[in-house]
Design a protein around this ligand. Structure first.
Ligand code: GRF
Length: 212
């Protein structure tokens, strides 16, 4: 893994710092990396964390000179200890916002009590929560699905919705073809919401999430 470049790791003046959590290919992370390369976006990726080593998402971060960390559940006695360790690893970077972008673990009270976390999900919540949202939408026979960026709470994909984009389900769609089309719009939605949320903050009142 490439060592962080001191020049790129230093916070840019006036930009909002974020930590991104990933578990896989990291195409959403890449969209954030690409957006953050433009100073006008006003967001700096301080670090990328993962729940497993060796994934493409970590390689994308390293290639961009972004510090990385790995926090594996199996290295801790229980989920509470893992959650506390993850909160500390994130906290080192003092982010304004934490972004769960394809991070396949449920975050616990240590992380959620300390940081505002937003997650991207490949369905129009509250439809099709959970790890198989695209497969579930096809199996149900839905004609429209999409993606949701929401504030993370203690439940599974139950937090207040910030923004959503609809995607048509085609008769000949497979899980893979539909997920690829969703991810194309998901990247744009995530970049837009993360930029605004990191720079301006997210307010939740009576389940209504707004960015001033
Ligand atoms: C995204 O569709 C995300 O919503 C879901 O998993 C996918 C992650 O893709 N939870 P990537 O790792 O960003 O390519």
């Amino acid at each position: 893994m490439t060592a962080p470049d001191a020049a790129t790791a230093a916070p840019a003046p006036g930009s909002a710092g974020i930590v991104v959590l990933v578990s896989g290919s990291g195409t959403n992370l890449q969209a954030l990396i690409d957006a953050a390369a433009d100073p006008a976006y006003g967001v700096r990726i301080l670090a990328v964390g993962a729940d497993r080593a060796g994934i493409t998402g970590l390689h994308r971060a390293a290639a961009a000179g972004i510090p990385t960390f790995v926090c594996r559940v199996q290295d801790y006695p229980d989920r509470g200890a893992w959650d506390a360790a993850l909160a500390d690893l994130i906290g080192v970077h003092e982010p304004a916002l934490v972004v769960s972008a394809g991070f396949m673990k449920i975050l616990g009270p240590a992380v959620l009590g300390r940081f505002t976390v937003v997650n991207t999900h490949p369905a129009l919540l509250p439809a099709f929560p959970g790890a198989h949202a695209v497969r579930d939408a096809i199996a149900y026979g839905a004609k429209v699905t999409g993606c949701t960026v929401h504030v993370v709470d203690a439940g599974v994909d139950t937090g207040p919705v910030i923004a959503q984009t609809a995607v048509e389900v085609r008769d000949d769609d497979t899980e893979e073809s539909l997920h690829e089309r969703i991810k194309t719009v998901e990247r744009h939605l995530l970049v837009d919401v993360v930029g605004r949320a990191a720079r301006e903050g997210v307010t939740v009142t009576d389940r209504k999430a707004t960015i001033p």
